[in-house]
Write a new protein. Sequence first.
Length: 272
Amino acid sequence: MTVYFIGAGPGAADLITVRGRDIIERCPVCLYAGSLVPQGVIDFAPEGALIKDTAPMNLDEIVADMVEAHKKGQDIARVHSGDPCLYGSIAEQMRRLDEEGIDYEVVPGVSAYAAASAEIQKELTLPDISQTIILTRTSMKSSAMPNNEDLKTLGSSGATLAIHLSVRNLKHIEETLTPFYGEDCPVVVAYRVTWPDQMIIRGTLKNIREKVREAKITRTALILVGHVLAEHSDFTDSKLYDPDFVHVLRLGKDKKKAQEVEREANTPGGTD
């Protein structure tokens, strides 16, 4: 018997991985986060499966269902939204399963920041602009941020930020990040990205709070902040497809240099 922690993706039922879908289709028990997982994903469960929405349940109740299924030898599809590795609350479940001696596996899913990037058709890492993405949140009602993970410290990097669980904290975000990014820095708020009622709100650190207030968004939204979100036409091309950039899979016209690259790649500790 195994508990499978499955990332259902950001919302659209067809953004679940093939592996995740296949596991749901064969599990006799499906426990899912009803407020965040679309019905289309749960519809993959087999006929006659025990399907329970865990939104109103506490940790003890969820684990009790897992223990009961374990006694019956029934695999469980434990379906979470997005990717379970980000704010998935699976660590405490896995700890309890370890105590119970119950096996589990984790199946990754499409995270909201990746889905939002696809919806707005923006690459979040551009040469000379940003080569780092920081996934974070701000302190509100949930657990406090550890030392050195406050927004001021992270924002001082100038990296692209994907801020989760913080749409009601936009005043703090604006005030904290403006000194580092400037008030005209682009901001995107993606509400229920890939769901039928998705909203994409574009603005700047100066005006995004007012735009979100007008849209009456108070939850289930991701905030992207960074200069990569601007309309760029003059950024430097990456080296990946540069005709003069030689690597082991594209040796180019310079045979001597190509031989050096190939020899380095085949040397223990060499680079590819």
